[in-house]
Design a protein around this ligand. Sequence first.
Ligand SMILES: Nc1ncnc2c1ncn2[C@@H]1O[C@H](COP(=O)(O)OP(=O)(O)O)[C@@H](O)[C@H]1O
Ligand SMILES: [Mg+2]
Length: 245
Amino acid sequence: MNSCAVEVEGLRVVRGGTEVLHGLDCSIPRSALTALVGPSGCGKSTLLRAMVGVQVVAQGRVTVLGRAAGSRALRGRIGYATESPAVYADLSVRDNLRYFAAILKAEAPAAELVLEQVGLTRESERLVAQLSGGQLSRTSLAVALLNQPELLILDEPTIGLDPVLREELWRLFHQLAGDLGATLIVSSHIMDEAARCEQLLMMRDGRILAGDTPEGVRRSTGSQDLEQAFMRLAGETGAAVGTPA
Ligand SMILES: Nc1ncnc2c1ncn2[C@@H]1O[C@H](COP(=O)(O)OP(=O)(O)O)[C@@H](O)[C@H]1O
Ligand SMILES: [Mg+2]
């Protein structure tokens, strides 16, 4: 079996008449937590959409779990949480999960299982409208987990959360990668969120700057932290350095 969960070759994507991914190559190992980091607008969501198979691609190839991205056979094997939570504010957490479980034709106990996996069992009767930011993120994550996917793609799940909640969520992502043996890809515009991931993809302006372990990226750039590594790598590409946030 191929050891890569995702392989991207020569990916070009045009959005609104402008090329936003410029012939991008990268690979993501199986059964690990990979962070996709880069400043806002660099193309993280576009790349994740291409992996999920919901992005029109101008050129290149995206292979997911050994199949072309978007193929029917991948349905049910991938969980995807978009940047803005796609859950119903006027339903309880549990009712949202039951609703999406029915749509996904998930097994009957799926809702209760994912509530436990994301640590929301006690809040399950609360309306989504009344949840804190961290609880809302966990609810989106729970929906993405309903079919117990082999590959979980989470687009900026920690956006807008304070550092303590962000840390808690990353701990949960690690736990999910470990316990389920699942592959997780988590995007963020905060470089240092990736510090404890197994793998790191650093992106800027529609290109991959680095794909390595966080330690490898720090070492090869002689940097103290990932923020500094990003600045050095961005400098090397010869373009003006933007704000990495
Ligand atoms: N629906 C869209 N139509 C046209 N351009 C878009 C659209 N969505 C994103 N873009 C552009 O594509 C580029 C990459 O965006 P995106 O993938 O959302 O970046 P990120 O997720 O890293 O913030 C940006 O320049 C953005 O303005
Ligand atoms: Mg985005």
